[in-house]
Design a protein around this ligand. Structure first.
Ligand SMILES: Cc1cc2nc3c(=O)[nH]c(=O)nc-3n(C[C@H](O)[C@H](O)[C@H](O)COP(=O)(O)OP(=O)(O)OC[C@H]3O[C@@H](n4cnc5c(N)ncnc54)[C@H](O)[C@@H]3O)c2cc1C
Length: 441
């Protein structure tokens, strides 16, 4: 076995932490048992688009799946797609949109695999009407390190189905999955953008639009005084007038270098937020736009995470239950302001009541807030601790897919089911996240 110094470093999207690991690319599901010859612990990995260490395993073997990406079957009448787990949402869109079908749930990037989407039970702008991704996965195959393979669905091996959706990649390798797509007649989205000031106005807009398929808001988490918690609330629906379904040209810019660490500071973030808030002059603005900028504005710049410099970024996402009213959110925003750190990618949204199918799924009814912070030694980590404490104090929870520093005590409070779930973990699998938040191997 190579020593940890010989192993290449592997990073997730946040670029923190960077941990040594062997990487084994899977082309066929049969490659999985072969990968076990290396001994030691393993972890399946998709596109590495999680931010922290759920997709990292220090000194272990990462089973990379993006080559396990074949589309297997598609029913043109019902929109049911069966594909290998390494297929990305981008590949599914390229196939499905020209045929008049769309993803049931989509995160803020299309560069994630189906396996990753299931293992984190991801959510999108339509959580309030559609729930999580797992609710649209009628079945998948799970392969364990002892060679056992079983199909999981709400009725077939239901306990494995529930442990694997949101199961952080630890219950075994998902090899293929079925995804129920939804019909569309156009690539276009009818968007309504509304400016708001304050969390009460945000909540009122959210409650008034529960029937609208997509909604999400950008929030300025730097401004204070009468501009405190100002933002832009975006709603959208698929255009019902038949329109283009053909793919757009692939316009891609790649950020060619790491930005200097000092480029993102309170002044630049504050200037960006003011410009962004005022880009729309009127209170409300209607537009008809392609689904790409509506769902994936950040995907137009490949490797945008380099904006944060070599040291990377920390993400924070929590959900606070309705009982905490807006008081918890006010405290989170005040803590951010007090830290002197800013985030220009701050997103706030209301989650609906749909019950997630995974025993460890993150979404729950209430308000969710997601932010990115540049890593600035003590100040960033101290802020994240403070935000975690506030979340815990208001009975909320944090999202493992976007975490690099949640404490074991917080994790175990946020996910009281974790010990029942841990009984389903494959003995040959582990992750650096799991080791950090449980103290187990
Ligand atoms: C710009 C951006 C926006 C985002 N927006 C959202 C959002 O709106 N909503 C949201 O929920 N998330 C969001 N995310 C997070 C992202 O959707 C999740 O982290 C997703 O799980 C990443 O998928 P991946 O293929 O990159 O998986 P990875 O990050 O590589 O792995 C994620 C987890 O899946 C497991 N896994 C991967 N493949 C398999 C497999 N075949 N079998 C078993 N386990 C497997 C891994 O072990 C790991 O635990 C965003 C991320 C980015 C970078």
């Amino acid at each position: 076995m190579p020593s940890s110094q010989d192993r290449p470093l592997f990073e997730s999207w946040g670029r923190y932490p960077s941990l040594p690991a062997e990487v084994h690319n899977l082309f066929w599901k049969e490659d999985f048992p072969a990968a076990m010859e290396s001994g030691g612990k393993m972890l399946p990995v998709g596109m590495g688009r999680s931010y922290g260490d759920v997709c990292l395993l220090q000194n272990g073997t990462l089973l990379r799946t993006p080559e396990l990406d074949r589309l297997i079957a598609f029913d043109t009448q019902t929109g049911l797609l069966r594909c290998e787990a390494g297929a990305t949402l981008a590949e599914i869109l390229d196939f499905a949109v020209p045929r008049g079908w769309f993803l049931p749930v989509s995160p803020g990037t299309k560069y994630v695999t189906v396996g990753g989407a299931i293992a984190n039970d991801i959510h999108g702008k339509n959580h309030h009407v559609a729930g999580t991704f797992g609710l649209h996965v009628p079945s998948f195959e799970l392969v364990r390190s002892d060679g056992r393979q079983f199909v999981c669905s709400p009725t077939q091996n239901p306990e494995w189905y529930s442990a694997t959706i949101g199961g952080l990649g630890l219950t075994g390798l998902i090899t293929w999955a079925e995804v129920q797509l939804r019909p569309i007649v156009s690539r276009r989205i009818r968007q309504l953008a509304t400016k708001f000031v304050g969390l009460e106005e945000f909540v009122a807009l959210s409650k008034a639009s529960t029937h609208v398929e997509y909604s999400v808001a950008w929030i300025d988490c730097v401004s204070q005084g009468r501009n405190f918690a100002r933002g832009i609330f975006m709603q959208g629906v698929h255009d019902e007038t038949p329109g283009p379904l053909t793919p757009l040209a692939k316009p891609k810019l790649t950020l060619p270098f790491d930005m200097p660490a000092a480029a993102l500071n309170r002044t630049t973030v504050s200037a960006f937020n003011t410009l962004y808030y005022h880009k729309q002059l009127r209170k409300q603005q209607n537009s008809l736009i392609d689904y790409e900028p509506f769902f994936y504005p950040l995907d137009s710049i490949l490797q945008w995470n380099r904006l944060y410099g070599k040291q990377g970024l920390l993400q924070f996402q929590c959900v606070l239950p309705w009982e905490s009213d807006t008081l918890g959110m006010v405290q989170l925003l005040q803590a951010i302001t007090a830290s002197g750190l800013g985030s220009f990618l701050a997103v706030i949204k209301v989650f609906g009541d749909a019950v997630s199918p995974g025993m460890m799924s993150f979404p729950a009814p209430g308000i969710t807030l997601a932010l990115d912070f540049p890593i600035r030694r003590e100040v960033s980590f101290a802020l994240l601790d403070r935000l975690a404490d506030i979340t815990a104090g208001f009975g909320g929870k944090m999202y493992p897919a976007k975490d690099a520093c949640m404490s074991a005590a917080h994790f175990q409070q946020f996910y009281p089911m974790w010990q029942q779930w841990a009984a389903y973990i494959d003995p040959a699998f582990s992750s650096s996240f799991f080791q950090r938040v449980t103290g187990l191997d």
